[in-house]
Design a protein around this ligand. Structure first.
Ligand code: FAD
Length: 809
């Protein structure tokens, strides 16, 4: 079998074949490159390394998914994987018969799977066995098939069931160079370079540089860096290498991790490697980047001994003196093997294969070929949008531009709306690719401004005969808040118009709407006037200081995330600042600088009243982040004496803004409790779910899904969305975000804490050159922690906000 699809690249005779750039020289990238080349494309592969990568470490046993080590549990990925693995199964058999194991390194041998309980007693194991037994060669089941050499005593005490079948096993040290040579022989160009740009944001530049019409992204864990996939993380695995001069193991033997087992290391993974070695594994440690494990590490020793216990014949075998432990990082995503074309681009993602990259490689390559072929189909692709949207249903247009996209769209699909994502290019780069399938239609608007947005939405309305009064506009993106109101105004779509959105977008409008003499205190401020400054610099500076005071905080009137913010002291600094910024495009406000404790609160309004309230305490003000300090938020529990005061103030703010607030929605309010007086002073208020990891913390503490609730309420839904209801699942939680430090990332690690680390989101990879942050969107690491004990949580919170986990040199 080859992956050739004759005449399907749809080029006329005189045209050059389309060229595809494949990023990544591991098993996934090179196999895709071969598939594309066989289908008639010109192919350039670019990889930072072709050796000493995860693909070389792999135990490289073909397995029916999910694999023994580094399981992928996502149902969608899993069902596709079952097709992809079978394509590979057949391909490995073909390679074996065409080239022989000595040349290509593909071996066909038995694999035995042992179970601590009868397979019939566990739905998962039973289902897996039933799925694979008719598809693989040589299937047999029963304790009678346990082969000689396996310790009968171990079996008697631990094993209740067993099955076996023939499986391809790949000697990666032979296979990877052979595969690369195959790619070259077929005409692929292999370059050794590192891509440092974001592939989606720099698609055109990359395509120009490599003269490519399309890009396939297969960088393994490198996807954290070059497509900003924050759902990816490493799962550290290790294999002990022993020599087997007499072929002691001619079959593989595996025991999976037992659900509910207290042992971190109960996997047994014994796989013959070529003719001369056996590899013994398999760890699966999440978020561990260091690859310096050795037999001195108790966990590796335990893993090694677990394998010897099952197969005592391995005991006398000598450890490979050259390299007795190989450690590698499974490229894992919390959601999926990502194999998607990014809408409105010529970029196909193919990464996140976890513990099954070898197993899935040929099947995924086949899918890559079909996705790339679709891009260049002869007849221009007719995007028949009227077939994608059901005119009898309401339609929600979800706007997205700048901020990370955190909502899980699947969770709002129960509304039975047509869902249309309208995004800028930088916005679509922030939407996790596994979310794309949940939208009915995706439109990328290159110039993301009011006119093109209105034109795009109205084109969809007319093509699909949608009634504006049955549509909604929703967004959780600070930079799209005002636009959402303006688009509603322009097209007569129900919901808050631009008049209502303005105070939630423009800080000057907020302050005007609140009023300086009302019950809510706002800082003294002026909007910077370059004209007044130019006409009388000294006089202007004096006037500002008379109004605002000597301690100043300057920020843009529009924008989020403490970008372009300054703390200034006294007239000399203010004069210098005015001179430097008199020609800026931004409008700035100069505020009295408040000293005190900073809080962030979230309010869910139902029927015009606050229905849910959450408060969080900042460990330090946002702008310190830009100076390189970690920033964190910790929940303020309702039992805290301050809680009632924070709630009261948030209510007062929304009351002052009552003419602008929708009756249903999520609001986010930042304010100080001033040092000395403990009087609340308003900083900002937004009509959206809070940014950062606030949503995750609130979800841990209460089960309320804030991001999704915010979207749902803009769609007309009237009750908050709970991800869990049982109070037993509630915990206290906090998060910490770590700014990048200028330099090359040397080490990354997460701490061992009393609290549970509920989520880790890496934004850097080892070897990456980082720059110091210029905005709150530049992040190296986000940690969310939780605990049933508030005191322990507070201790760990302090710790994670004072230690570095991304070490640069
Ligand atoms: C201990 C262990 C045991 C395993 N056992 C099995 C098994 O039995 N069966 C199985 O199927 N799988 C197994 N795996 C998993 C398998 O190894 C992986 O799924 C697979 O290697 C992933 O391949 P990849 O090509 O996506 O990534 P990689 O092999 O990591 O290759 C990534 C490539 O992208 C390049 N790259 C990254 N970033 C950039 C950039 N910015 N610019 C240019 N190039 C870049 C890298 O240099 C490299 O060439 C195992 C893994 C481990 C660690």
């Amino acid at each position: 079998m080859t992956l050739t699809h004759p005449n399907t690249t749809h080029q006329s005779r005189n045209e050059r074949p389309h060229r595809v750039l494949v990023i990544g020289g591991g098993v996934v990238g090179i196999t895709s490159a071969i598939g594309l080349r066989e289908a008639g494309f010109d192919v350039t592969v670019v990889a930072e390394h072709y050796e000493n990568i995860t693909s070389n470490v792999a135990g490289a046993l073909w397995e029916w998914p999910p694999a023994v080590c580094g399981q992928h549990g996502d149902p969608r990925s899993l069902s596709s994987s079952k097709h992809w693995c079978m394509v590979s199964y057949d391909k490995f058999k073909e390679l074996h018969s065409t080239y022989g194991e000595g040349e290509c390194g593909v071996y066909l041998q038995d694999v035995f799977f042992y179970f601590r309980f009868s397979v019939d007693k566990c739905c998962f194991n039973l289902e897996k066995m039933n799925e694979l037994k008719d598809k693989v060669d040589g299937f047999a089941r029963g304790m009678h098939i346990v082969p000689e050499g396996v310790d009968p005593q171990f079996v008697e005490n631990n094993i209740k069931d067993c099955y076996k079948h023939m499986a391809p096993m790949v000697d990666t040290d032979k296979y990877m160079p052979w595969l690369q040579q195959q790619a070259r022989d077929k005409g692929c160009i292999l370059l050794q370079e590192r891509i440092d740009s974001h592939v989606l944001l720099e698609e055109d530049t990359l395509r120009k540089r490599y003269k490519a019409d399309a890009i396939v992204v297969s960088p393994g864990l490198g996807a954290i860096d070059i497509v900003g996939d924050t759902h990816m993380y490493p799962l550290r695995g290790a294999l002990v290498w022993v020599k087997q001069p007499n072929g002691a193991a001619r079959a593989a033997h595996c025991i999976s991790h037992e659900e509910g087992s207290s042992s971190e290391q109960d996997i047994v993974f014994i796989v013959p490697r070529g003719k001369d070695h056996v590899v013994l594994g398999g760890l699966a440690q999440p978020n561990q980047w260091d690859r310096d494990l050795s037999l001195d590490d108790p966990i590796v020793d335990q893993m090694y001994k677990g394998c010897l216990d099952l197969l005592p014949a391995l005991r006398p075998l000598e450890l490979d003196p050259k390299e007795n432990v190989r450690t590698g990082l499974y490229p894992f995503t919390s959601t999926n093997v990502l194999l998607e074309r990014i809408p409105s681009t010529n970029v196909v993602l193919n990464y996140g294969h976890g513990g099954a990259g070898v197993t899935l490689s040929w099947g995924c390559a086949e899918k890559v070929v079909s996705l790339v072929q679709e891009m260049f189909h002869d007849t221009p692709h007719v995007d028949n949008i009227s077939q994608k949207l059901d005119a009898s249903r309401p339609t929600t247009f979800l706007l997205h531009d700048m901020l990370p996209f955190r909502a899980q769209i699947e969770k709002i699909r129960f509304m039975k709306h047509n869902l249309v994502l309208i995004s800028s290019r930088r916005g679509v780069a922030k939407v996790p690719a596994h979310e794309f399938i949940h939208f009915d239609l995706i439109r990328v608007v290159d110039s993301y401004a009011l006119k093109p947005l209105v034109a795009t939405v109205s084109e969809i309305l007319s093509s699909c005969a949608l009634r504006p009064d049955k549509c909604r506009i929703a967004t959780n993106d600070e930079y799209s808040i005002l636009l959402s109101g303006q688009v509603r105004d322009a097209l007569g779509i129900p919901g808050a118009g631009s008049h209502c959105m303005l105070p939630f977008f423009d800080k000057n409008a907020t302050k005007k709407a609140i009023g300086q003499n009302g019950p809510v205190r706002i800082p003294n401020y002026v909007v910077f006037s370059p004209e007044k400054f130019r006409s009388d610099p000294d006089g202007y500076v004096r006037e500002v200081m008379d109004t605002v005071g000597h301690k100043l905080f300057i920020k843009p009137v529009v924008g989020a995330g403490s970008e372009k913010t300054w703390r200034l002291d006294g007239s000399v600094q203010l004069l210098q600042w005015c001179e430097a910024n008199a020609c800026s495009d931004s409008i700035f406000e100069i505020d009295e600088r408040i000293a005190g404790e900073l809080f962030n609160t979230s309010v869910v309004r139902v029927d015009g009243r606050s229905s849910l309230f959450f408060a969080m305490r900042h460990n330090r003000p946002n702008d310190e982040y830009l100076q390189g300090h970690q920033l964190g938020n910790i929940i303020v529990p309702p039992t805290d004496a301050l809680y009632a005061k924070l709630e009261e103030f948030s209510e007062a703010v929304l009351y002052q803004l009552r003419d602008y607030c929708e009756d249903y929605g999520v609001f986010n309010i930042d304010f100080f409790l001033e040092s000395g007086t403990a009087q609340p002073v308003l900083m900002e208020v937004a009509a959206r779910a809070a940014g950062g990891a606030v949503g995750k913390v609130i979800e841990e503490c209460s089960g309320v899904a804030l991001e999704e609730t915010s979207l749902l309420m803009q769609m007309g839904h009237k009750t908050p969305l709970h991800k869990f209801k049982s109070t037993e699942m509630r915990r206290y939680a906090a998060y910490s975000i770590h700014p990048p430090k200028a330099g090359v990332v040397k080490r990354m690690q997460i701490p061992k804490l009393d609290s549970t680390i509920s989520s880790v989101s890496w934004r850097a990879v080892p070897g990456k050159r980082l720059s110091a942050p210029t905005s709150m969107r530049d992040i190296a690491l986000v940690l969310v922690i939780s605990n049933t004990d508030m005191k322990s949580l507070a201790r760990d919170f302090e710790r994670i906000n004072s230690e570095e986990y991304v070490i640069v040199e």
